[in-house]
Design a protein. Sequence first.
Length: 247
Amino acid sequence: MSPTITTTSTAYNKDELSTPEVAQNLVFLRALEAEVRKLMVFDHPFLVRFSKGVYSVKGMRWALIQFGKHVRLFTSCLAHLLGTAPDIRDRVVLFDNLNEELGKGDLRGTHFMLYQRMLYSLEVTREEFDRTETYTAMSLLNDGLMHAVRHTFIDGLAWLGLGGEITIPNNFPYLAQGIRHAFPAADLAFFERHGDVDQCHSDDSNVLLALHVHSDGDRQRVRAEILKSLYLRGAVWDEIADRASRI
């Protein structure tokens, strides 16, 4: 799949986006995207079972609280990555993503507030959310994302795009379908804000990576970080599945 570079091209000119190095990097990233799409995290058995209402209502509520622990962290990590980007033009590209995460200036439309609204419609209070323990795999995923965006710009982009955003168009419809079946009155605005736009954000991250990767060593690092993120995301669903099945 060719990256969508509409946002990127507002910051970088055509010549910059078509150098031999950028072209080589984009070929590498397209091949990597095709490779990682075969991983279980995209259509994880937990998500399939969740969408079919296999788990108890209590188990589903717990699973959604647990995933909210990642939703809460994501915006701050994205903002940190934007702030440490090496070029102001990189920040222009990433701001499109951050602006959407922040509800385009409307506090009520910020993604975490929308997620909290969804939980509230399931009778999950903020107090219950805060006192629910963050399980091991989720803690590792959150710590990994935080470390990546603070370590290097390309590490952060790897976790953001092919290591994260790219899973959303597959993962979220399963969650939304399960919620619709189990909680007919649920507020699903959070899920309605995600989908194709997340693929575009992943594509923009790929183009930024293509602009900032300069060696085989960089490419191998990007691959390793993307796989690390996706395997941790798979481990999150594994652990949530185990816990939810026992509630």
